[in-house]
Design a protein around this ligand. Sequence first.
Ligand code: LRH
Ligand code: MN
Length: 396
Amino acid sequence: MDRQQAALEALRQQTIELPSWAFGNSGTRFKVFGTPGTPRDPFEKVSDAAQVHRYTGIAPRVSLHIPWDLVDDYGKLAAHAADHGLTIGMVNANLFQDDDYKLGSLTHPDERVRAKAVAHHAECVDVMRATGSKELKLWLPDGTNYPGQDDLRERQERLADSLQQVYALLDEDMRLVLEYKFFEPAFYATDVPDWGTSLLHCLALGERAKVVLDTGHHAPGTNIEFVVVQLLRAGRLGAFDFNSRFYADDDLMAGAADPFQLFRIMYEIVRSDALAPAPAWDPAGPGVNFMLDQCHNVEEKVGGQIRSVTNVQQATAKALLVDREALRAAQRAGDVLGAHDVLMDAYHTDVRPLLAQLRESLGLTGQDPVAAFRTSGYAERVAAERVGGRQAGWGA
Ligand code: LRH
Ligand code: MN
C-alpha cells in the first residue's frame, strides 16, 4: 500500500468531536454578537452539529456543557442526536459562572463551597449516564490575582482531595479528563496552569484520569508538540481542545492562526501511532479524543466548524504523508537540513484532492464541505424558522 493509500485508510478512521457551545453566540467582555438562526436550545445545537458531520463525514460526536446544555430529558437529547447520526461525547462541567466560586471552586478555602463544586460533577455524571457519555471534562478557573491572596500549597492539597471525590463519582467505564490553562480568569496564579500540574493530579487519581491539552492554553513560545510527546509517553493524553490563537485564549478556528503548528502536533500524534481510535472503549486506554473548543464570534458558526474540522483533517493528512523512512535516515545521519526538508515536503503537499477522494469514498460530495453547506440553504432555512425565543450563548 503506498503512502497515499495508507493515509486514506488512517483518515477514514479519524473523528473530530464538536463543542455544542460553538453553535451558540459568543464574544468577548466587550460584546457578544447575535446571529439570525442561532440555536435557542441544545436540540437546535445538535441539529447544527449534524450539518458538520453531514458534509465532512468525520464529526459524529457532540460535546455538552452543563448547565449551558440543561434539558428536562437527556435521554430525549441523546435520541435526537442519534436521529441525526450523532452520539453525545464529553460532558463538560462548569465551575466559572457561579458567584460562590469567586475565590475558587474545588480549591476554595470553605469546605461547603468545595462540596458544592464536587456535587456539580455528580450532576454531570448523571448526564453522562443518561446520554451514554463516558468522559467527564474538568477545567478549573480557580486561581488568585495577587501574591499572598491564598496559600498556593494548601490550594493544591484541597484540589487533590476534591479531585479524589470527583473521581470516585465515576462508573468503572468512565474517565475523567483534566484541562490546564496558564492564566485567565486568574491573573497571578492558576491552580491547574500547565501540563505538569494536570499530569501530577491525574497520576495521583488513578489510571482513568487523563490530561486535556487545549492548544490555546499555553504561554507564548511553548512547544506544544513537545508536550504532546511527553503526555503520550506517560500514556496520559486524554483529549485535545483544538483551536488557534494569535495572542491569548482567542479560541479561533483550529489551523487558522497557525496551520504549521497544527501540522507539527498531528505529526507527533501520527509518529506515536495515537491517531487511530481504540478498537474498543477503554477508560484507562491510550485512546485520544480529538475535540474542537472554539467560539465563532464574528464568522458563521456551522461553516466555521466545518472549516475547523477540515483544517485538522488537512494537518493530519499532511502528517500521514511524511516519508518516515527518509526522515529517520536523515535524522540518523545528522542531516539537519535534509531531515527538515522531508517534513516540510509533506507540509507543503496540497492534500485537498486526497480529502475530496476520501469524502467521495464515504458517499459524500467531493466538493469543499463549506461550499457544499453554503449552497444547501440550511443557514437561510433555520434563520427563517428560529424566530422568537432566546438565542443560546455565553452568559445566555
Ligand atoms: C476554558 C475552556 C474550557 C471550556 C471553556 C468553554 O477556557 O477552554 O475547555 O470549558 O473553554
Ligand atoms: Mn478548552
